[in-house]
Design a protein. Structure first.
Length: 444
């Protein structure tokens, strides 16, 4: 029962196989190969769908058997239609079928590679995600420097410059207002210093001259006499009067107030910058957490990307990947290859003879139908000719009968006129046609 079911997968006819029972083991083995490729295709799709849905999904119970049935039917058709008595004909049939099998083998092999290397692939995906999260965090910090602190260096040691167009973070704090106020106060300080600095220099000059005069230092402007003489007192008075006239006390108090205000604003700016930095770090953390939260499921394309990265980084894995890929492709193409290498078997000869016999029978049936059609056409033509001849004869007969009637009427008319002329009739008869009477009778 099982062996018969396996042979059914190759498309053989058990009634024809009974004539060559030695072929049963061959086709039983071929059926096992066909079943194996179908099961491999089902497993491949199951692995792919588990990766797509990140686990079991009820639709897998529908798609996997349908895919297996499709591949099974395709392999059955490939095996059932590749036999030919000549090697050249078999090769011509083999090439397109082998190409189709290779294409399906590639499609089936890729998910199987993910299943074989799933441990390394999952680890690579996790490592790649950690790197991506780290790069995002570094990019956000580079694009959003903390106020009051040195600007961070470009990520990866300056090997790349992040695109900050979509990574800017905006927070609402008093930092811009405080900075603007500090700028305004500093501008007032600079404007006031334009007045106080010359006054201070001039006042310092006057005080220095008074000190030299009082100390007895000889210069061009001092007398060189020690003590508080008239010149000493005069110079001190000039200095004090200059201090008063230039409002230096008010200017110094105003400048001290400005500087005190700058100090206060600087402390407020430091606190505001600290708040802004904390808010920026919180938003950076939120964005990184959101990015990490969206990485919960490992998708199929992500697995393929991780497999490609592993293959590029490890030559041994590259060789193993291609070895497995070629193995899976070869297994999927085995049904076609087995049928080709089996040659033109005894069963194939029986099938070819049966097909040739059926073609001959069909040819005879077609020829018989053709001849039957020709016969019916000839018979119809004969009947048509006979009907035509009968119609022509009837018309000719009617014409002859009409001519006879005319002659009779003419003789009768001649006799009637003769009788009238001889006085035997009282009226002159008129000529009539044979159809003048209602019943077709002639009228004298």
């Amino acid at each position: 029962m099982i062996t018969a079911a396996l042979r059914t997968l190759t498309g053989v006819d058990e009634r024809l196989l009974d004539t060559v029972p030695t072929e049963r083991p061959r086709y039983t083995a071929m059926g096992g190969v066909v079943l194996g490729t179908a099961l491999m295709a089902m497993f491949s799709l199951a692995v792919a769908l588990l990766a797509v849905f990140d686990g079991f999904h009820v639709s897998i119970l529908f798609f996997v058997p349908f895919w297996g049935l499709f591949v099974l039917s395709l392999d059955r058709w490939l095996m059932a239609n590749s036999a030919a008595p000549r090697a050249g004909a078999r090769i011509r049939k083999l090439l397109p079928r082998l190409g189709l099998s290779i294409i399906f083998g590639i499609v089936i092999a890729e998910p199987l590679l993910l299943g074989v290397f799933h441990t390394a692939v999952d680890r690579q995906v996790r490592d790649d995600r950690i790197v991506e999260v780290g790069e995002l965090d570094a990019d956000l910090k580079y694009c959003n420097p903390i106020p009051g602190k040195p600007a961070p260096a470009p990520p990866d040691g300056g090997k790349r410059t992040p695109d900050c167009s979509d990574k800017r973070i905006t927070v609402q704090t008093r930092v811009p207002a405080i900075e603007q106020e500090i700028t305004g106060v500093n501008a007032d300080i600079e404007a006031l210093k334009k007045t106080t600095d010359p006054d201070d220099k001039e006042f310092e000059r006057l005080q220095e001259m008074a000190r030299k005069e009082c100390n007895g230092t000889k210069t061009e402007q001092t007398t060189g006499r020690i003590g508080e003489g008239p010149n000493c007192k005069r110079l001190r008075k000039e200095a004090d009067q200059y201090f008063k006239n230039q409002n230096m006390k008010q200017n110094q108090d105003q400048l001290a107030g400005y500087q005190k205000r700058v100090g206060t604003l600087t402390r407020e700016l430091g606190a505001a910058q600290e708040t802004e930095g904390r808010l920026i770090n919180e938003q950076i953390k939120d964005r990184v957490d959101d990015y990490t939260g969206n990485q919960r499921a490992i998708g199929l394309l992500e697995r393929f990307g991780a497999l490609g990265a592993l293959v590029e980084a490890d030559s041994n894995m590259h060789a193993a990947q291609w070895a497995l890929r070629l193995f899976f492709i070869t297994v999927d193409a085995l049904p076609v290859l087995l049928k080709f290498f089996s040659g033109f078997t005894s069963y194939d000869r029986v099938v070819a003879d049966r097909v040739a016999s059926q073609r001959r029978v069909q040819t005879m049936v077609s020829e018989t139908e053709r001849r039957r059609g020709v016969f019916h056409e000839q018979l119809a033509r004969v009947q048509m000719n006979a009907e035509h001849a009968s119609a022509v004869g009837k018309v000719e007969f009617d014409a002859r009968m009409r001519h006879v009637d005319v002659e009779v009427l003419r003789e009768e008319l001649t006799d009637a006129r003769a009788a009238y002329l001889l006085g035997e009739a009282s009226t002159m008869p008129l000529p009539v046609t044979p159809a003048d009477g209602a019943d077709g009778s002639r009228t004298r």
